[in-house]
Design a protein around this ligand. Structure first.
Ligand code: SF4
Length: 408
């Protein structure tokens, strides 16, 4: 499960450890869920159910009832279940391996892992914790299929490991901590193992001082890959300076760019494009949800595509008019070419509808009338219609909790 609402969360540790003041800056922005996050949460629920059943914590009847309930969920698919079963099998291999050396090995699921000894109010949730003799292992499921995430030096995983050690060190003589990420959709398994001494040294010398700075909103702003998942990314001034710096370029003489210059420019474009998209998404969201007005810009109804109100009836009308099989062709433009624009309209105008377009933020010069008030826009478009905005907002969460992003 994601580490929601913790200011210094484990999932955001890469960011706040690299840029301590980002924690304070981020607290000015609301938490936003996303379909990716919700799908990740669902995948974790299914994983927990399967693992608890494997661990004989549930009867077959309870397991089946709960599984059937999950199967009715919007996010359920047989494909998702297959991935999660693969993940559960991998977890079970680790549990069995632990039991070979230690028959009393324990497997715990969805454990709250408290590391507040080092990070104020710091806690996370360990998907799986296995304790066997002198070894504690945490396993983290990441359901996204974005980039592969390494466990090596990963602060999120290390904080989970730290929490697991602190939780169980009273009862067990733990000497080693193993941290594993499993990404079933990417076939990625990554592991780091540290001695307890190494982990505690890292926590004392790296985590603690940075957490103290982050809590106070102090320290140096620092840009880097960790910015991708920062809520302040679009409007962070240091980020703006970095982007401007990246674009500084000494051009050669001549009317046309050299190939070598184009190559150099291309290598700088990706971060710039991501930043530009983040600003567009931020401005759109502010205009749509909060009625913010930006000089020279306005919200209008976006374009939408025509569709048949009733496909079967449209096919019948065309067939009765002598156009046998023609309806199988897709696309209105092709149909108009074949039937003739005028005739097509005569036959089918009553059966063609044009849904309302989703709002878009455009230049004031655009001829379409402005959708004035945020309330009006909200009333006219249901939540489902916000997919476009959501897609823009969520590109940065797409996914996988890499580099300090959400852990789904
Ligand atoms: S965008 Fe980057 S530099 Fe700016 S606050 Fe966030 S993490 Fe720090």
């Amino acid at each position: 499960m994601p580490d929601v609402h913790a200011k210094l969360s484990a999932s955001g540790a890469k960011r706040w450890m690299s840029c301590p003041p980002s924690a304070e800056l981020e607290s000015q922005f609301p938490d936003k869920s996303s379909e990716y996050a919700e799908e990740g949460t669902f995948a974790h629920s299914l994983a927990e159910l399967i693992l608890r059943y494997n661990n004989k914590e549930l009867t077959k009847k309870t397991f089946t009832t709960r599984l059937n309930r999950l199967k009715k969920d919007h996010y359920y698919s047989p494909e998702l279940q297959e991935y999660i079963e693969d993940y559960a099998n991998l977890v079970w291999e680790q549990v069995n391996e632990a039991k070979v050396s230690c028959p009393d090995a324990q497997a715990l699921f969805e454990q709250r892992l408290d590391f507040s000894e080092y990070v104020p109010k710091g806690f996370g949730t360990g998907d799986v914790v296995i304790i066997a003799d002198d070894l504690v292992q945490v396993i983290d499921l990441k359901y996204g299929k974005g980039v592969g995430v390494s466990a090596e030096g990963n602060p999120q995983l290390r904080l989970y490991g730290l929490g697991a050690y602190l939780e169980h060190s009273m009862l067990y003589d733990i000497q080693r901590v193993k941290m594993t990420i499993i990404q079933p959709r990417l076939d990625n398994i990554s592991t780091e193992e540290l001695t307890v001494e190494e982990l505690l040294t890292w926590a004392e010398t790296e985590v603690k001082p940075k957490a103290e700075l982050a809590m106070k909103g102090e320290g140096e702003f620092c840009t880097g890959d960790h910015c991708r998942f920062c809520k302040a990314f679009a409007v962070c001034r240091v980020q703006k300076d970095r982007q401007m710096e990246l674009m500084k370029y000494e051009f050669a003489e001549g009317d046309l760019l050299e190939d070598s210059e184009i190559g150099d420019i291309l290598s700088k474009l990706d971060p710039l494009v991501k930043w530009a998209e983040a600003i567009k998404a931020y401005a759109f969201d502010q205009a749509l949800s909060h009625g913010v007005h930006y000089d020279g810009w306005k919200l209008v109804e976006g374009r939408s595509n025509r569709k048949y109100a009733d496909e079967k009836q449209a096919a019948t009308v065309l067939e009765e008019a002598g156009y046998q099989d023609i309806y199988k062709l897709k696309g209105f433009t092709d149909m108009e070419k074949l039937v003739g624009k005028k005739r097509f309209a005569e036959l089918l105008s009553d059966l063609i509808i044009k849904p309302e377009g989703k709002p878009v933020l455009v230049s004031e010069k655009d001829k379409r009338p402005e959708l004035n008030k945020a309330e009006q826009v909200k009333d006219e478009f249901s939540d489902d219609d916000y997919d476009c905005a959501r897609e823009m907002r969520e590109y940065k969460q797409a996914h996988d909790g890499s580099l300090g992003g959400p852990s789904y």
